[in-house]
Design a protein around this ligand. Sequence first.
Ligand SMILES: [Zn+2]
Ligand SMILES: [Zn+2]
Length: 324
Amino acid sequence: MDESEEARVLAITKDYGELHQAILQLLLQVKSIDSHKLTRFVGDAVADIVIDEKTIKRRQESGNDDRNVAETERNENKTDDDVEEQNEQRQNSRENRQLRIQVRKRLDDIEVLNTMGVLNRRLTPLNLCIERMIDENSTDDVESSTDEAAYIYTLINRKSTKVLQISTSFSEKEMKVISFLLDLTFGDSTGDEDTSSRREHYSIARYDTLNNIRSGFGYSMVEAEQLMTRLVLDGWFELFDTSYSLTPRSLLELKDYLKERYPSVSTCLACGQILVRGLECKVADCPVRFHSKCYQFYKVAHQNDVSCPGKDCTGSLEDVVDFS
Ligand SMILES: [Zn+2]
Ligand SMILES: [Zn+2]
């Protein structure tokens, strides 16, 4: 890539118009996507725009050349032209491949984050926004050996916080089941008035879930299983070990709803998002919880003060335990 081409890539990544549309179209289709895939998508979209421009320019140039060549001469050299054209095509596709690699290298998470910021400013009047949340599942991946955290980006409808936004694809009866599952996951299990006492688990055992749906809503075991499978396939719940919990996407999408309905729901001290798995302070009654990745970042940023950030907590930032 020469200097003028690099400048053009930069100009496009600053201007964004087509890129915005591409990202929006993508998010509208897939609803949520992890940051690695999104970075790759953005990179390819930028490269496509540059390649399109190059192709148009090349066509214009070769069009001018053709007019300068006499028709008879063209016919005589037809085979030579074909070979030349093939070589040129090969050369072009090699250049395009290299361009894609270079654009991908150039884009990092910050660039993507900036794009989201610009997009969000444009989305606000439509009551839409793109939110990101750390992907706690990615800590099990090979990629977690690097310091890079994976995020989930989700397009969220901010219009109706009181209505469950999944309702369009489920029947009224199914919505009652979902509402019941949310109560099981986040509600006060003891049934006593004190909602400030924290729950130890934000997941529900698979067998109990199916059994509850069967006995409480008149489903057969097979039907209960089918409904849960649908909720998993649609990306609302995930099966982790032998328990169901909400996916990062659901937590983002239902954040306002969940916080309003279950005021004592845990949030990550570092990123402020609801969390269902992660680390918690060992001290009883201390509400401090983190995503595992957020905890690592937080510790690095607070090297000089290892006391737990919990109000009235005498514990240490080092004394955390897993919860799920
Ligand atoms: Zn967090
Ligand atoms: Zn604490």
